[in-house]
Ligand binder design. Structure first.
Ligand SMILES: [Zn+2]
Length: 308
């Protein structure tokens, strides 16, 4: 009898210990494990990334589970079949039998040909060379995986058709080809659509040239806050004729004549193409979920559209 009591007590103690261990909040466990996964595209044949050593990465697709151990340096490669754009892929990190972390990734298109002359694709090494150290600087907020190189066609103010290029966040790459295609169809003039890197990633120089551009890893002028341009989520259209106006401050300076937004009073040569609330280009961006800097109350950034 004595022995049985001891056994019961012992079992109870073990159970209590197990219970305490199991009751550690999931978050505490998760915090101590690292899982970083690279972007997934329609041309990806593997889920790659880094995780805490000694763990196993499992990816379940349909009824099949794919898995791989993390290597010595923490890297892992789980081979998977190619997935369609928009597919959600859950990546699970296991330590023994316990799942310690999970991440859900969306599969993005590696390349999209929207219309002839309107397409976008991942940042290639050739594009990377052009932007590294200029509009792109290594940082914690945005990586090259999240950006897209966009090709468009547009008319300029002389009615000439030009090739344009943009870098934007992958979240708005499709919006860009659709919007620029509409602008093109309607012969909406844009002086130039070049990467800001052609101007040394200098916003001032690009605006002065009336260049339409999007991505630039920079802060909002005069602040410590990252601009939406730093995420590739904002675009500046014909900045010279749609300047940034804050009281008496006008940027670019050579766009001062366009601080007068009343077409009847403005004396700029391209006043017809200043962006106004509810006009064609305004509607186009708003329909795609963007907001316009000209709608802001305290300052007016007439060239600026951004998406949140
Ligand atoms: Zn802007």
């Amino acid at each position: 009898m004595k022995h049985a009591t001891f056994k019961k007590l012992f079992t109870a103690l073990i159970c209590a210990a197990v219970a305490v261990t199991c009751c550690v909040p999931a978050q505490t466990v998760a915090k101590s494990y690292k899982l970083s996964v690279q972007g997934l595209y329609t041309d990806s044949a593997a889920v790659k990334g880094t995780a805490t050593r000694g763990t196993v990465v499992k990816v379940k697709l349909g009824s099949v589970q794919y898995q791989a151990k993390t290597r010595r340096g923490g890297g892992f490669t789980v081979k998977i079949p190619r997935q369609k754009a928009g597919t959600k892929v859950q990546v699970n990190l296991y330590k023994g039998k316990q799942r310690v972390k999970k991440k859900t990734l969306k599969v993005y298109p590696a390349q999209v040909e929207y219309r002839d002359g309107f397409s976008y694709h991942k940042i290639t090494s050739a594009v990377k060379k052009r932007i590294e150290g200029k509009s792109y600087k290594k940082n914690k907020h945005i990586n090259l995986d999240q950006l897209r190189y966009v090709r468009v066609k547009h008319y300029d103010f002389d009615g000439t058709i030009k090739a344009g290029e943009l870098i934007v966040n992958r979240k708005i790459a499709q919006d860009m080809v659709e919007i620029f295609y509409e602008l093109y169809q309607n012969k909406y003039p844009l002086q130039e659509v070049s990467l800001i890197d052609e101007y040394g990633a200098d916003d001032g120089r690009s605006m002065k040239a009336n260049n339409t551009s999007a991505f630039n890893y920079r802060k909002i002028a005069g602040t410590k806050t990252l601009s939406r341009h730093a995420y590739g989520m904002a675009i500046d259209i014909n900045p010279r004729i749609n300047p940034y106006v804050a009281g008496n401050f006008i940027d670019p300076k050579n766009g001062s004549v366009y601080a007068q937004r009343d077409v009847k009073k403005c004396r700029g040569a391209h006043k017809k193409w200043m962006i106004h609330k509810n006009d064609f280009i305004y509607q186009l961006f708003i329909e795609h979920g963007f907001e316009w800097g000209g709608d802001w109350k305290r300052i007016k950034d007439y060239q600026h559209f951004e998406k949140n």
